[in-house]
Design a protein around this ligand. Structure first.
Ligand code: HEC
Length: 177
């Protein structure tokens, strides 16, 4: 009996221990490496800034949304972006739609397929001073991508825009009326 109880305790400790580790990992799953950027709550309801399509290997279609601070800055043409501005870029596979095409005289309908990923840029000049005031993160199925190299590449590439357009504040997208 005593042996059974000890076994039970050891088993419980094992289960709770493991679930604590799993819970900690899940918590960590929510933040990007290097920047600790999280998927912002309610971002799917944010206002539309613009859309984009990348051909080639990515072959996706994208929507760029912003929180109120970002959208206001876009609409007023304010640069640099104010503190707290958050821009979210959603991407889906770019797919031809045979169903939609069937109502047209020739194939012409392309639509959003399965989600690819969500990328997030967060303006916090002090916290992210080393990366031009922006923190970055990429999320797949709501989970942060934990690859530091991928996350580092965000700033490396966005920083290249500075040489082409000093006023862009490392943001490529223009507001579409
Ligand atoms: C090789 C260059 C490159 C890399 C790497 C890159 N981006 Fe971008 N990003 C772009 C370009 C160009 C656009 C605008 C056009 C487009 O979406 O194709 C863009 C658009 C965005 C936008 C919409 C706002 C804006 O700045 O125009 C966000 C948000 C964004 N990227 C975040 C990220 C994050 C987060 C990462 C890293 C996980 C990342 N990007 C990596 C080039 C890059």
């Amino acid at each position: 009996m005593k042996h059974l109880a000890t076994c039970g305790l050891a088993f419980a400790m094992l289960v709770f221990g493991v679930s604590a580790v799993v819970a900690a990992q899940r918590l960590d799953d929510q933040s990007s490496p290097l920047y600790g950027v999280k998927l912002p709550e309610g971002y799917r309801d944010w206002k539309l800034i613009s859309v984009a399509h990348e051909a080639g290997k990515n072959n996706d279609i994208r929507a760029i949304l912003g929180n109120d601070i970002a959208v206001k800055a876009f609409r007023e043409g304010k640069r640099p972006f104010p503190e707290g501005a958050v821009i979210v870029r959603l991407a889906w596979r770019f797919e031809s739609s045979p169903r939609n095409d069937s109502v047209f005289p020739a194939p012409q309908s392309f639509v959003a397929g399965v989600p690819v990923n969500v990328q997030v840029s967060v303006k916090d000049a002090r916290r992210y001073a080393a990366s031009g005031g922006w923190g970055y993160g990429q999320f797949e199925n709501g989970v942060a991508n934990h690859d530091p190299a991928l996350t580092r590449a965000c700033f490396t590439c966005h920083a290249k825009l500075d040489a082409l357009d000093k006023n862009a504040d490392l943001v490529f997208t223009d507001y579409s009326q």
